[in-house]
Ligand binder design. Structure first.
Ligand SMILES: Nc1nc2c(c(=O)[nH]1)N[C@H]1C(S)=C(S)[C@@H](COP(=O)(O)O)O[C@H]1N2
Ligand SMILES: [Mo]
Length: 400
């Protein structure tokens, strides 16, 4: 008979079965691999967290933990590390998920409260880590396809991430310790069912770990050049290259996108100063006639790139002294920019009084270009780029 009857067809069809943990045969699915990649990922995540908190503190200062104008390179290094750690975490997360994913098919799926907590914390951890890495990456490339404020949401998700990381490490600690103590060369043990000879399985595990390490190092080398000058030629993956752009400095926001092309070039532009002693206005020629100061300072963007340049202009404290008897005061800087989160910044007293905090008129030996903040922009030591306000129109004393 050409047509098999229904019964024999049913007998011959392969039975579909949900995969079980034992169905995965690669030697990479091994607690020793998962734990090692986990430690590297943990280091990257905690580095990103600590440097992220620092960046948050710069942008939202608190009285009981004041930051100061030293060290000049502080933000450059901490934010460079933040972005580098976040980028390194991407291959590490993928590697860890690959090594660990057979655990998704554990049977039974829930074995009690502790097991439930363990699995729930992993779900939250994977979700928040993925969210942080994706939103952070998009931010580095200045792409905001979402509706929420990046900074607030990235900060809140970081807190949830670290909370779930603590729970995860706490409940898994015995497993982690045992897995880290066991040599990767050692024999394959339950629950993995690696096929092939034991030394072949060990080579697979070690090869996988080696490949992950090389990927992370290569990725770091290809992006760190956006802030580490000697690595600049390698920085092919960095969205902005150190030392490129008008006057040798990358531009974050252009005058056109800030909507200041006309107002910044207006010959009637004046700087308004406001303080306890009253209000003054200064034209650009008045600023040029004031004592001039120079400082070599980096622009260090939250996106991880930074470039050090020579700045020349008027000291902020000299301007403050025109409207305030006391120069140890917080000052608010306002830009010509009509809207946008970074049209304003507050320079805390310790920075405002520092001799290197300038209202810059010149950059790298030439007139400040329009995109770098003409007619005048703030540049101060140890500040995130977002607070180095360009196209300044007003400086006012906000505390005495
Ligand atoms: N008014 C205004 N100033 C601003 C910004 C802005 O959007 N508006 N961007 C800031 C950011 S995020 C950075 S990194 C620096 C970059 O300065 P640069 O473009 O001169 O390199 O400018 C800062 N000053
Ligand atoms: Mo920035």
């Amino acid at each position: 008979m050409a047509e098999p009857d229904a019964r024999s067809a049913r007998r011959r069809a392969p039975r579909l079965r949900a995969p079980t943990r034992d169905g995965f045969t690669s030697a990479v699915h091994d607690p020793r691999v998962v734990a090692r990649v986990g430690v590297w990922l943990g280091v990257a995540v905690l580095t990103a967290f600590a440097t992220g908190l620092l960046s948050h503190l710069h942008q939202n200062p608190v009285r009981w933990l004041p930051l100061g104008p030293a060290p000049v390179w502080g933000y450059q290094v901490s934010q460079g590390l933040h972005v580098a750690a976040g980028l390194a975490a991407i291959p590490l997360l993928l590697a860890k998920l690959y090594a660990a994913y057979p655990a998704l098919f554990e049977q039974p799926p829930l074995r009690g409260v502790r097991h439930g907590l363990e699995r729930a914390s992993i779900a939250v951890l994977v979700a928040t880590t993925t969210f942080q890495l994706v939103t952070g990456l998009f931010n580095v490339f200045q792409w905001y396809p979402w509706d929420f404020g990046f900074v607030r949401v990235h900060f809140a998700a970081a807190i949830v991430l670290v909370g779930s990381l603590l729970v995860h490490v706490a409940v898994k600690l015995p497993t982690i310790v045992a897995a880290l103590r066991a040599p990767t060369r050692g024999p394959t043990r339950a629950p993995t069912r690696a096929t092939g000879a034991p030394d072949e399985a060990a080579a697979t595990r070690r090869g996988f770990l080696g490949a992950v390490a090389v990927t992370v190092l290569a990725l770091s080398a290809l992006t760190l050049g956006q802030t580490v000058r000697p690595l600049a030629p390698l920085a092919v993956l960095a969205p902005r290259q150190a030392g490129t752009g008008p006057q040798g400095v990358p531009v974050n926001k252009t005058a056109r996108s800030a909507g200041v092309e006309e107002s910044a070039l207006d010959p009637d532009w004046v700087l308004t100063l406001a303080g306890p002693l009253g209000t003054r206005t200064l034209a650009r020629a008045d600023l040029e006639a004031m004592p001039s100061a120079r400082a070599t300072l980096p622009v260090a963007c939250v996106e991880g790139w930074s470039t050090t340049a020579d700045w020349e202009g008027v000291r902020v404290r000299d301007l403050v002294r025109l409207v305030s008897a006391d120069d140890a005061v917080d000052v608010r800087i306002t830009s010509l920019q009509p809207r946008g989160a970074y049209r304003r910044s507050v320079l805390p007293a310790a920075y405002a009084a520092h001799p290197d905090s300038l209202l810059a008129l010149r950059l790298n030996g030439a007139e400040l270009s329009l995109d770098h903040g003409f007619p005048a922009r703030v540049i101060a030591p140890h500040r995130p780029g977002v607070l180095q306000t360009k196209w300044v129109s007003r400086i006012e004393v906000v505390s005495t």
